[in-house]
Design a protein around this ligand. Structure first.
Ligand code: FES
Length: 62
């Protein structure tokens, strides 16, 4: 995965920033949104952000 790829263009949030939020303790979409604002404007990225959160949480907790 390219961690520098932007997943949320509204807030310029990258895959890596989602991972960082999860590594810092966020475990839900809502907690990642509090940390990064990803997906809180137009919402077009929500499915992608949600999938990334689930993937990074699974990796972190494995
Ligand atoms: S692209 Fe993420 S809220 Fe618009």
């Amino acid at each position: 995965m390219d961690l520098n790829k932007i997943v949320c263009s509204c807030y310029s949030v990258t895959n890596g920033m989602i991972k960082e939020a999860v590594d810092n303790g966020a475990s839900t979409l809502e907690e990642v949104q509090d940390a990064t604002s990803a997906g809180t404007a137009c919402g077009a990225c929500l499915d992608d952000v949600k999938r990334l959160v689930e993937q990074f949480v699974a990796e972190r907790d494995s």
